[in-house]
Design a protein around this ligand. Structure first.
Ligand SMILES: Cc1cc2nc3c(=O)[nH]c(=O)nc-3n(C[C@H](O)[C@H](O)[C@H](O)COP(=O)(O)O)c2cc1C
Length: 379
C-alpha cells in the first residue's frame, strides 16, 4: 500500500478498491443526510484547548470498557456487510482489533457468521443483535453468541424500521452483486476486490443462512427487513433479552435523555449514544450534541459509550471530553478494511491511537482518565 497517513487516505483508497455500490453503502446516510453531515460538522466545531509546558512524558491511553482492559478507549462497532468490503472482512477486522487489544463487534447482518469468526480468532468478541419479529430466531442468535463465547451482547435499539438510503436503491445494492452490465463494468475496474471475493468464504448474510433468502437486492432486502424487523419492539423486550443473556449487555442507539434514563433501568452495563451514523432518523441531532446531556443525566449510573463521525484521535478526544468513557468507530475502520483488509483496519486503529496520544500531549493531559471539559477551549 502507498503511504497512508490518516483515515481520509484510507477512505480515498477504499473508493478505488471496492465496487461503487459497497463504497456508497458504507458512506451514505439516510434521506437528505442532514444528520450524517451534522455528526461531522458538530465534532469539528468543538475546539480543543492548547496547553503548554506541562510535563506530558508519562502518557497513558489505557482504560477499561465494560470491565475489559483496553490500551485505548476505542472499539470497532457493528457494521453490516463488512465482508463485502473485503474477503472475509469481519474476520480480518476482528483480527486487527484483537491484535490492537480492543473489542470488535460482529453485526447480525455480517457476511461471516458468528461461528466463522469464532473459529478464526483466539479471543472473545462482541455480538450485536437486531431483534426480529420471529423471537425464536432472535433467541437462537443469542444462544449462538453465547456458544461462541462472545463477551458482550450489543442490542441495537434504533432500527425498528429502516431509514432509507437513496444511493442503495439507485445502485441496486445486492448481496452478492447482481450480474448486470453496470456492475460487471464497475467490478472489472476492481480486480483485486473481485479476486479476493472469489477466494472468500461467504458472499451473503452468514448469520441468516437458512433464515433469509440469499441473493436479494436491496429493495427486497429493505422490504424483507420491514417484514422481519419488529416495529413493536419495546423496553419489555429488552427485559426478555436480559433474561436470555445474563452477561454484559450494551444498548446501542440512545439519543434522548428520557430514553437514557429508561436504559439505566434495564441494568445494562453500558449505553451507546448514537444515531446509527446518520443512517436512521434524518433530522435527528448529531451524536456529539446529544452526548453531554445524556452523560450528565445518567453518566454516574451507567457506562457511556459514543459513536457518530469519529475519524481521528482528535474526535475521540472531543467525545471523551464531553462525557464518553469510550467510543465506537464504524466507517473509519471500514475504509481501512476496504483499502487493505486486516492491515488497513490495523492502520485505522493506529492512526487514531497516535492522534489521540499527540492530542493529549498538546492539551497537557497524561491519562485518558483525566480527560474532561478542561480540554475544551471556551469561546
Ligand atoms: C455501512 C454501515 C453498516 C452498519 N451496520 C450496522 C449494523 O449492522 N448494526 C448496527 O447496530 N449498527 C450498524 N451501523 C452503525 C454503526 O455501528 C455505527 O453506529 C456508526 O457507523 C457510527 O458512525 P461512524 O460511521 O461515523 O463512525 C452501520 C454503519 C455503517 C456505516
Amino acid at each position: 500500500m502507498a503511504t497512508m497517513t490518516c483515515i481520509e487516505d484510507l477512505r480515498r483508497r477504499a473508493r478505488h478498491t471496492v465496487p461503487k455500490m459497497f463504497f456508497d453503502y458504507a458512506e451514505a446516510g439516510s434521506y437528505a443526510e442532514e444528520t450524517l453531515r451534522a455528526n461531522r460538522a458538530d465534532l469539528e466545531r468543538i475546539k480543543l484547548r492548547q496547553r503548554v509546558l506541562v510535563d506530558v512524558s508519562r502518557r497513558d491511553l489505557a482504560t477499561t470498557i465494560i470491565g475489559e482492559t483496553v490500551p485505548l478507549p476505542l472499539a470497532l462497532g457493528p457494521v453490516g456487510l463488512a465482508g463485502m468490503q473485503h474477503r472475509d472482512g469481519e474476520i480480518a477486522a476482528c483480527r486487527a482489533a484483537q491484535a490492537a487489544g480492543i473489542p470488535f463487534t460482529l453485526s447480525t447482518m455480517s457476511v461471516c457468521s458468528i461461528e466463522d469468526v469464532a473459529g478464526a480468532v483466539d479471543k472473545p468478541f462482541w455480538f450485536q443483535l437486531y431483534v426480529m419479529k420471529d423471537r425464536g430466531f432472535a433467541r437462537s442468535l443469542v444462544e449462538r453468541a453465547a456458544a461462541a463465547k462472545c463477551s458482550a451482547l450489543m442490542l441495537t435499539i434504533d432500527l425498528q424500521v429502516l431509514g432509507q438510503r437513496h444511493c442503495d436503491a439507485r445502485n441496486g445494492l445486492s448481496v452478492p452483486p447482481e450480474i448486470k452490465i453496470r456492475n460487471v463494468l464497475d467490478i472489472a475496474t476492481k480486480p483485486r476486490w473481485a479476486l479476493g471475493m472469489l477466494m472468500g468464504k461467504r458472499k451473503t448474510f452468514g448469520n441468516l443462512a437458512g433464515y433469509a433468502r440469499a441473493g436479494t437486492n436491496v429493495n427486497s432486502l429493505a422490504s424483507w427487513i420491514s417484514t422481519q424487523f419488529d416495529p413493536a419492539l419495546s423496553w419489555k423486550d429488552v427485559e426478555w433479552i436480559r433474561s436470555l443473556w445474563p452477561g454484559k449487555l450494551i444498548l446501542k442507539g440512545v439519543l434522548d435523555v428520557d430514553d437514557a434514563r429508561l436504559a439505566v433501568k434495564t441494568g445494562a452495563s453500558a449505553l451507546v449514544v448514537s444515531n446509527h451514523g446518520g443512517r436512521q432518523l434524518d433530522g435527528a441531532p448529531s451524536s456529539i450534541s446529544a452526548l453531554p446531556k445524556i452523560a450528565e443525566a445518567v453518566g454516574s449510573e451507567i457506562e457511556i459509550m459514543f459513536d457518530g463521525g469519529i475519524r481521528s484521535g482528535q474526535d475521540l478526544m472531543r467525545a471523551l471530553a464531553l462525557g464518553a468513557r469510550s467510543c465506537l468507530i464504524g466507517r473509519a475502520y471500514i475504509y481501512g478494511l476496504a483499502a487493505g483488509g486486516q492491515t488497513g483496519v490495523a492502520q485505522a486503529i493506529e492512526f487514531i491511537r497516535k492522534e489521540l496520544d499527540v492530542t493529549m500531549a498538546l492539551c497537557g493531559v497524561n491519562s485518558v482518565r483525566e480527560i474532561g471539559r478542561q480540554v475544551i477551549a471556551s469561546d
